[in-house]
Design a protein around this ligand. Structure first.
Ligand code: ADP
Ligand code: MG
Length: 496
């Protein structure tokens, strides 16, 4: 099963890369972690800042229960240990985008302990990557250095927004594995509904820890590249950073534990500061907050509210719906896709009395080829598809009952994409129905044969391959509307 491992070929031999990711995921919630201010993305600067977020004297944090619930549900989805008793700590530092002068986080007693994520590593092979912990903490605001020639501005809208920090074990060994891990984690968060996973909007970003070693040796010293905000950049960071470390080590240098930044324009990392240790932050339990104790009823509710997750769904698509491994993987990779596909299947079952497996196969093939192809072309994703599952089901039903041939269905689909109209309406209005009218088809066949008497003679003389030519001519003369099966039968008869 195992492919050849990822290695960097240095002058002194092969090096192995060791990767651990700390993913910051913004928790889906209307309000911030300790205040009632809105979390909506894209608002005017400093319009979503409560007195708590601005750290006015005397203000006290009040924990948002929904954020706790989402973190617990996420932990359960990663089959992690849930700590019924956890506590908040202050991480002290000065930074202009955090008026409190400390971040409320969970160092000593995080809400979620060890879990795992299964990733696919090419041709059907899977690997399990350990998750060390998940804790909840506040986000900071945003400094804006490009608004004024000599001043920096600060936007505190993001200040106090709830984050989950999902810390992996140093279990990944290649940029591809790290990419697969982040994609799978994002998929699970979206299924659970605990984070929207929009990396472009900063809802999910990763601190990328990288070290290198000779295979079989103990772990080397790591560097941490902060706030990398796309799967592609995460992979590029690892690639660049691992090669840089090999170069340093092979030229006799040492790696210092430090914090680095990724420069997307240059595709390289550079040093930001030497890495702090936990004790530098003078962590201590936040005296404004009681320890967090979760009741068995709360935990039960969290567990029961979990949806079917991608791995289970994928297995069910293969085993119950009889889909190919490829279709099952593609249709379950994102929650939005699976939701759309299941709505299409439910609508199809209402319109066609056929076994579920047949319906599923037709629906899966249509979604993965026609629909995905169209969405790709239009630069849209399935959530903004111009065609609804119910319209898709109508189209599939028209194919199944013989009203539309495959060719006609593709034409109708193009019109659906342009107009948003229902396929039944399009077929009516434009007369795109396929005909099985044998009289009409026979008349066209007679004309085609008369116009190509030489080819008829050749065919009858043994040039079987010409059959396709007659099918093509007949279909063309009927503007694609003839039932291909009927055309085949009638042509065979006429030519024999
Ligand atoms: P900190 O908060 O100081 O960055 P953590 O222990 O919380 O430290 O996180 C460390 C991260 O670095 C984890 O994701 C872990 O898997 C990863 N890591 C630890 N040691 C190594 C190493 N030698 N090489 C690569 N990654 C490492
Ligand atoms: Mg860190």
């Amino acid at each position: 099963m195992s492919e050849s491992p990822y290695r960097i070929h240095g002058a002194t031999g092969e090096w192995e890369v060791v990767i651990g990711l700390e993913v910051h995921a913004q928790i889906t919630s209307n309000a911030k972690l300790f205040s009632g201010a809105s979390t909506e993305f894209g608002a005017e600067p400093n319009t979503q800042v409560s007195l708590v977020d601005a750290a006015m004297p005397g203000m006290l944090p009040v924990l948002n229960g929904e954020c706790v619930r989402q973190a617990v549900r996420t932990g359960m989805a990663l089959e992690a240990e849930i700590n019924a008793w956890s506590r908040f700590d202050r991480k002290n530092y000065f930074y202009a985008d955090l008026p409190q002068g400390y971040q409320i986080s969970q160092l000593y007693h995080p809400i979620v302990g060890e879990g795992s994520i299964a990733i696919e590593t090419g041709e059907g092979a899977t690997r399990t990557i350990g998750v060390e912990r998940i804790h909840i903490e506040q986000d900071a605001g945003k400094l804006m250095h490009d608004q004024h020639p000599s001043f920096s501005y600060v936007d505190l809208n993001r200040c106090g927004v709830a984050l989950m920090e999902i810390v992996s074990k140093p279990d990944m060994r290649s940029p591809e594995e790290a990419g697969a891990y982040v994609r799978k984690l994002r998929s699970i968060l979206r299924y659970v509904g605990s984070c929207d996973g929009n990396m472009e909007q900063g809802s999910m970003r990763a601190d990328v820890n990288v070290s290198v070693r000779k295979p079989g040796q103990p772990f080397g010293t790591r560097t941490e590249t902060k706030n990398v905000n796309s799967v592609r950049f995460i992979m590029a960071t690892i690639e660049h950073e691992a090669n840089r470390q090999v170069d340093v080590l092979e030229s006799g240098g040492t790696i210092v534990q430090e914090t680095r930044l990724f420069d997307p324009d240059k595709g390289e990392t550079r040093s930001l500061r030497s890495k702090e240790d936990a004790h530098d932050y003078r962590y201590f339990p936040d005296p404004d907050l009681l320890p967090l104790e979760l009741t068995p009823e709360f935990l039960d509710e969290c567990r029961h509210s979990l949806p079917e997750l991608p791995d289970a769904k994928r297995r069910r698509y293969e085993e119950e719906l009889g889909l190919s491994a490829y279709n099952a993987a593609v249709l379950t990779a994102e929650a939005d896709t699976a939701r759309w596909f299941e709505a299409l299947l439910a609508e199809s079952a209402l319109k066609q009395a056929r076994p579920q497996e047949e319906l599923a196969k037709a629906a899966a093939n249509w979604v993965t080829s026609d629909l995905f192809g169209a969405l790709n072309r239009l630069g849209k994703d399935i959530a903004t598809s111009p065609v609804s599952p119910s319209q898709g089901a109508q189209l599939l039903a028209l194919v199944a009952d013989g009203t539309l041939s495959g060719t006609l269905a593709k034409q109708v689909f193009e019109i659906m994409l342009e107009t948003g109209d229902d396929p039944t309406a399009i077929v009516e209005a434009r007369g795109l129905k396929q005909t099985s009218d044998t009289g009409a088809i026979e008349a066209v066949i007679a004309k085609v044969m008369a116009a190509n008497a030489d080819k008829v003679a050749d065919y009858r003389g043994g040039k079987d391959k010409l059959f396709g030519f007659f099918v093509g001519q007949t279909m063309k003369a009927m503007a694609g509307k003839a039932n291909p099966q009927v055309v085949n039968e009638l042509l065979k008869k006429a030519l024999s």
